[in-house]
Design a protein around this ligand. Structure first.
Ligand SMILES: [Zn+2]
Ligand SMILES: [Zn+2]
Length: 275
């Protein structure tokens, strides 16, 4: 697909007048669900150094919108898929269209997702979620694309299905919410963990321990905006421009510089998403 000539200019963030530039990659936002001008959201993120982002589909409509945004701005890429909440709507017609979209999006589509299992809300019956999950793993295989996984209170089943169906595929477990043991299992398999705003919450000791424990070369940054805004914006609408707050928290926990967090997580994105 062609990039719009009016692509947003990538702006550098200067720190302390000494010209250090920080570039961050946002691996999980829902631009279509943010209730502000998308143009402003993308530009303001770029001003904060968030120069690349993946906007994530949750159903057919939002996957189409994701691709539309990805063809409008050079720094915006799309993931297309059906969220486990929406799994019950992945009937034959939608499935055909999703596959078509994924094929026709070309290099603007960098992943399939989000897909996975959510046993917390169960907006779709578990059997539907499992079926939709397996179908989308198949699509990722066919197109040789990475998977962006949503797993909430369903970690054992999610990992089991991935082990059985997704061998050889690159995987991001987005908004990682497991314990240290689960993180180790993911690392053993070569998966990447998406770390978001929760890491900045006072009551999120578990996830902070996980971040301290796992090597940075398996972490990617995400906001999951408009949800889960980091401190001090907790409870307010989230946006990609808050991503540096998450990177700063990770730098603090790992006792390294923000520059290093930016460099390594960006390298990870290159490896897994090719962006
Ligand atoms: Zn999710
Ligand atoms: Zn999401």
């Amino acid at each position: 697909m062609k990039i719009d000539q009016n692509a947003v200019k990538i702006l550098k963030k200067s720190r302390g007048g000494i010209g250090i530039s920080i570039f961050l990659v946002e691996t999980h936002t829902h631009l279509d669900l943010i209730k502000r001008s998308t143009e402003e959201v993308v530009e303001e993120a770029a001003q904060k150094g968030v120069t690349k982002m993946v906007t994530i589909g949750i159903d057919l409509e939002s996957s189409k919108t994701a691709l539309k945004f990805a063809s409008r701005w050079e720094g915006v890429y799309a993931a297309v898929g059906f969220h486990p909440h929406e799994a019950k709507f992945l009937e034959e017609k939608n499935w055909e269209e999703l596959q078509k979209l994924a094929r026709e999006g070309g290099d603007r589509i960098v992943a399939i997702g989000e897909t996975g299992l959510d046993y917390y809300r169960k907006h779709s019956p578990i059997s539907c979620q499992v079926e939709a999950f397996k179908k989308q793993i198949g699509l990722a295989k066919k197109l040789n694309l990475p998977l962006i996984i949503h797993s909430r209170e369903a970690h054992q089943d999610t990992l089991k299905i991935l082990a059985e169906e997704a061998r050889g595929l690159k995987v991001i477990i987005h908004c990682f919410s497991g314990d240290g043991e689960l993180a180790e299992e993911c690392l053993k398999r070569g998966y990447y963990l998406g770390i978001g705003g929760v890491v900045t919450f006072d009551n999120a000791k578990n996830i902070r321990t996980v971040v301290e424990q796992i090597p940075l070369d398996h972490i990617v940054l995400e906001t999951d905006s408009p949800y889960l805004a980091p401190h001090p914006f907790r409870g307010k609408p989230n946006e990609p421009r808050y991503l540096p707050l998450i990177a700063e928290k990770i730098a603090e926990l790992k006792k390294i510089s923000l520059e290093e967090v930016a460099k390594i997580t960006s390298t990870n994105c290159k490896k897994i998403l090719g962006i």
